[in-house]
Design a protein around this ligand. Sequence first.
Ligand code: PAF
Length: 519
Amino acid sequence: MNLTFLKTKSDLDNWRKQSKNQPIHFVPTMGCLHQGHKALIKAAKFSSREQKTARVLVSIFVNPFQFAKGEDFSAYPRNLEQDYKTAINAGASAIWAPEFETLFPKGKENYFTIKAPSSLKKCLCGAHRKNHFDGVATIVLRLLNFVRPKQLYLGEKDWQQLVILRQLVKELGLQVEVRSIPTVRDQDGLAFSSRNKYLTTEERAKALTLPKLLLQESIQFQSNKEINLKKLFSTLEKNDLNVEYLETVDYKSLTPVNYYKTKFCLLAAAVHCGKTRLIDHIFLMNRKPIVAIDGPAGAGKSTVTKAFAKKMGLIYLDTGAMYRAVTWFIQKENINPDNEKELEKALKNLNIDIHLADSGIQHVIVNGKEISNEIRHPKVTATVSKIASKAVVREKLTAQQKFIGLKGGIVAEGRDIGTTVFPDAELKVFLTASSGERARRRANDLINQGFSVPNLQELENEIQERDKIDSTREIAPLVQAEDAKELVTDGMAIDQVIETLIRIFREEIPEEVWPSNEL
Ligand code: PAF
């Protein structure tokens, strides 16, 4: 038996049993493997977040359920021998090419089928290919049940499929992490697809109009220029591309959006070029993504956010340090914070500069003087909440923070980032921990910084008092934004929290928009 070419269920089971302690990363395909599949296999093989080397399994199954009557099921290109070589060369440990009977030994009628949520399939391909996504979901769920992988790899090229399958995994609580890779394009810009084989040279030249125009639109959008879908539609038609749909939708919920009212959406199209149906898309965004991380004092935000920012190549903005800098300044200048006029006047003479060096050390500079250590003094810690509740202080710092984040590509941490500073952040996380856990962490920090440590109960009371001030102040109180994801870090090691943040980020932000350097 060839141990890398699997056909039956028992082939698969035997393969699964070998070196059980190696995780399985799974790439489901319909065969006719191209560069896009190769990129998936490579990503699955070299996923650097995995401690152990993974075994990559590529399945090849032309799924009859996802083709409607009259579509190209029987003509769909099949070349198992070539696919086997391609997969193994790209790094797959085995391929699994089950027959229909392997997946459905008692015939299709005797098994459950899945229906994808109607909200996710009423637009784009779902509106034109009846039952397509039900067929995809039914098969992928079956494949996952047989393979039981640790990670599932899917291409962003089929964005709607990716959104639907992510929801399937989430809703059914399947123990698999879904990871995606950006659309892979040929040198001429055409997205790789098994169906490109159908195109004649002349048709291919016409097909290129689609990616070219989508790219042009996204560039227009980036510079806040209006885009015109009607014109785009007719240009495609003029180039002999018969447009099936051309839509702008919210990239997460897939509901239609007005592209001129949004900051970030998906522009997607399906066209017929001769007999070949092609799909493509682009993300329209007029700035890079923003991540907002809020949470109470001592939840470990700074440590994990800093590391997360570094790993993802995002700019790190510690707004808490800015409030500490103001507090330090007010204390140094002996200003009475309750005297609003005096405070306002003092703030006019205050210039805060904050940046993170490559070494990971954050520099906080006030009026040209580095005060990075001074702002961590317990004296500052004791008063920062009070100072941060002053309207003039918040106004000044919020404006500065918004300015820093204008172009995006930033992760900001604080108390009011998701609610006030960046309410339109693409990802909002509320990072928290119980007050007992936070008191223990604070004690460790103080020891590490060489300060004396009060008893734990005292620290916990102090933390609860700070929470109260922060969450009841009138301006920009500490509250979890409605659309924020809560992450409770009790009992989690720092690395686990960072890992979770990366996973959440990857679920929310397409690789195409912000590629990870870690794949
Ligand atoms: O994307 C594909 O190739 C197919 O839809 C999939 C996920 C393998 C299911 O048949």
